[in-house]
Design a binder for this molecule. Structure first.
Ligand SMILES: [Zn+2]
Length: 348
């Protein structure tokens, strides 16, 4: 459970606090902040990217021509992906994400020296009080928690230890789209990003360093099988259907390892945040082995609302469905992804 006092100290105005059958939600006006909670634990992520409106130089969207408000000079529109660079210069850079990972990139250990295994340290640890915080920031759903020992990403030739900050998802309006990374020409219906920050860097500056962040990309594949612990996440989404809403939810038994396939093969390349400001600060590890996601779980994601508003003149205040929140593929610009093949565990 997060500390409301420190939330207020961070400048968030909580309009209302609700307690609904054991869940705690806070509704926050999205004009003020991204609603991200802070806690007394340094493990909590004060996410400095992929956040919502207040930190945006200019409103952005995954689509084009979406009205976000009415100013003194008339309607204001969000900029679409091909325009992001006009307000966020890095979005037009040379090491942008996501990318198409092609068959040629799956040549094991072609790097010099060869890549080493990734280690997910303390990924099996429960969150403090088994409580996870969910945020609909208008662009995605973001999941955080406090921990006694912060889970870390290590090994994998990373230049140091990286501490877990937050997880979030990208998904589509139908089952053939959703993931940001494309593997061998295939787009998956969902992609989970597990975001880590270099342990030695302070929050505010990590995105300014070329190795400041390490993100693991996990693809979800439509399956008749229902991942039971992932299902508990999906139920929590019902509490944050409105943009800029947070909910602290007890999820006994859920750990970050539930979001990672057992096989840890990965594709490594240097890239960026996939949302403005598109900082070129990310060491990417994309796992080609997938997690199963059911049709019901996908549908639950599609019931979330975006902060983006309809451009229809008389419907300016209507929220629209949050979906298709994936960025178009970016050119490699000479980058060659490397591959680590994990032969030690069975594929799932
Ligand atoms: Zn992402």
């Amino acid at each position: 459970m997060w500390n409301y006092g420190s939330v207020c100290a961070n400048g968030l105005l909580l309009l209302s606090l609700l307690s609904i059958s054991g869940y705690h939600t806070a509704e926050i006006p999205w004009e003020l902040n991204d609603g991200h909670p802070s806690t007394t634990d340094a493990a909590e992520s004060g996410s400095f990217f992929e956040r919502s409106s207040d930190s945006e130089l200019k409103p952005w969207s995954y689509m084009y021509g979406q009205m976000v408000g009415v100013g003194a000079n008339g309607p204001q529109y969000a900029i679409g992906p091909s325009e992001w660079h006009t307000a966020y210069e890095a979005c037009g850079g040379q090491r942008q994400s996501p990318i198409h990972i092609e068959p040629a990139h799956f040549q094991a250990n072609t790097g010099s020296p060869a890549l080493k295994p990734l280690t997910f340290v303390d990924y099996d640890d429960a969150a403090l009080n088994d409580t996870w915080t969910f945020l609909n920031n208008g662009h995605s759903v973001q999941i955080t928690a406090s921990f006694i020992t912060i889970p870390q990403l290590q090994g994998g030739d990373l230049p140091g230890k990286y501490i877990f900050k937050q997880a979030h998802l990208h998904w589509g309006s139908h089952d053939l789209v959703g993931s940001e990374h494309v593997i061998n020409g295939r787009r998956y219906p969902v992609e989970i990003h597990l975001v880590h920050q270099k342990k030695t860097l302070p929050d505010a500056t990590a995105a300014n360093f070329s190795d400041g962040l390490a993100v693991v990309g996990v693809l979800g594949e439509l399956s008749a099988e229902t991942h039971p612990l992932f299902d508990s996440i999906i139920h929590a989404l019902e509490l944050i259907t409105s943009p800029s809403t947070t909910a602290s939810v007890p999820l006994p038994g859920f750990t970050l390892s539930d979001l990672v396939p057992r096989n840890h093969s990965y594709v490594r390349y240097l890239g960026s945040l996939t949302t403005p400001p598109c900082s070129e600060a990310v060491i990417w590890s994309v796992l080609p082995n997938t997690l199963p996601i059911s049709q019901n779980q996908l549908n639950a994601l599609r019931r979330l609302w975006s902060k983006t508003k309809r451009s229809a003149k008389n419907n300016a205040n209507a929220a629209v469905v949050l979906e298709d929140n994936f960025r178009p593929l970016q050119p490699l610009h000479g980058r060659t992804p490397q591959y680590f093949y994990d032969a030690t565990e069975a594929q799932i």
